[in-house]
Design a protein around this ligand. Structure first.
Ligand SMILES: [Zn+2]
Length: 413
């Protein structure tokens, strides 16, 4: 038996080819759900899956799934990522994970290796947040089903259900999850880090120890709009001044809790006039960490400081709908397996946390799911400048292959 090895040239050629599918008159790579460019890129991918003998099909949640048979009647190992992008995105976010997964099965075939487990290579539908206000459409549909209000979300004169149908899915079949817990052996995704940690540490591969939890809420501060010239300082009810204290409280609270981040990314100021004391501010606060207690501590501290800053100014504070996405972590055995697989490819491997959401957090609802990160230049992504070196892309594919081989042996007598 020859040792299987991904063909770097073939992987890079595929990355180049997929990057040619982009919406006209947009920067970088733009393949948004359900644009013609996204569909065309997928048609090309489907053909590449077919060329690799993967008998590709689109499931009810719109995922493109290629299936490689196993020697034994065992649950499949799922590998993959997504081929949609943000507006003006890059060539690697998602695309690398799909094409590395495809390359892994081709490398197995080239080396004449049959695995005990079937392998599914998956391009998850619509991972990126889109104009419908939804994300991870395919991986959610696969593992949890899609609620009717999701399918009815509208943008550009259509709804998600129609867009899903245009991509080959079947929205009527998504009231229940497509996969039951235990239906898969495990799931793995290779992805660019989208952050600076690996690069800064001179690391080549990352074994992702978890995807952070996110708590978000809209806060509304209501004061009183007054003439900026005639309202004395002591008599003002300046909503923006109170909001500014909230922004700074969030910054300091997260700085004091290493491993967490807190952001106020959007402020809507009214009346937003140069000569009027700000009457009201709506702000969007989010806190992320792998540690739920840390999120709670930061949240309480920011709220207390904001409440005090508002009270001091006679400004009222309203808290809108609070949403919370729980953290997901791979089981210890899988994290160890993935870390060992990465280390076997390159000793410059470290564990790290993902601050961004990914399809694997939904897969984690039904199976053991883990991720492998490769560095990207300056930690940048979701922009045309997004870049990962050919060597790092190759290492990502090799680590994925190594992990698949180890997973195939795991738990089989
Ligand atoms: Zn991505």
């Amino acid at each position: 038996m020859t040792r299987p090895r991904p063909d770097l040239e073939r992987l890079l050629a595929d990355l180049d080819q997929l990057a040619t599918f982009s919406e006209p008159d947009t920067p970088g790579c733009t393949r948004r759900f359900p644009s013609a460019a996204y569909r065309a890129g997928r048609d090309w991918l489907q053909q590449r899956f077919a060329d690799a003998g993967l008998a590709p099909a689109i499931d009810a949640a719109g995922n493109l799934v290629g299936r490689r048979a196993g020697r034994l009647p065992l649950p499949p190992i799922l590998i993959g990522s997504h081929s949609d992008t943000v507006y003006g995105g890059g060539r690697f976010d998602g695309a690398l994970g799909v094409l590395a997964a495809l390359e892994v099965v081709r490398a197995l075939d080239d080396a004449g290796i049959a695995l005990d487990h079937p392998v599914w290579v998956v391009d998850f539908l619509a991972e990126e947040a889109n104009d419908f206000g939804v994300s991870c459409v395919g991986s959610r549909g696969l593992t949890a089903g899609l609620p009717a209000e999701w399918l009815a979300a509208r943008a550009h004169g259509g709804d998600v259900a129609a867009a899903l149908r245009a991509m080959g899915g079947d929205p009527g079949a998504l009231a229940a999850p497509l996969l039951a817990p235990g239906a898969l052996h495990a799931a793995l995704e290779v992805h660019i880090e989208q952050g600076p940690v690996l690069e800064a540490g001179g690391m080549r591969l990352g074994a992702v120890s978890g995807i952070v939890a996110i708590r978000r809420a809209t806060l509304t501060l209501r004061g009183r709009p007054d003439h900026a010239g005639t309202a004395p300082m002591a008599l003002r009810h300046d909503a923006l001044a109170a909001a500014a204290e909230c922004v700074l409280a969030a910054e300091q609270a997260a700085r004091d809790e290493p491993g967490s981040v807190a952001t106020v990314g959007r402020l809507t100021v009214a009346p937003n006039q140069s000569n009027v004391v700000p009457g009201s501010v709506e702000l969007f606060l989010e806190v992320r960490s792998l540690d739920a207690d840390q999120i709670e501590r930061i949240w309480q501290r920011v709220m207390a400081q904001t409440r005090a800053a508002a009270a001091q100014r006679g400004v009222s504070l309203g808290i809108g709908t609070q949403t919370e996405a729980a953290a997901t972590r791979p089981p210890a055995w899988l994290l160890e397996l993935v870390e060992d697989a990465c280390r076997a490819v390159d000793p410059a491997t470290q564990r790290l946390v993902s601050g961004a959401g990914h399809d694997m957090m939904h897969l984690a609802q039904v199976t053991a799911a883990a991720m492998i990160f490769v560095p990207c230049r300056d930690g940048r992504s979701h922009c045309p400048d997004e870049y990962a070196t050919p060597e790092d892309c190759g290492r990502g594919a090799r680590a994925l292959l190594e992990a698949v081989l180890r997973l195939d042996a795991h738990g089989v007598a």
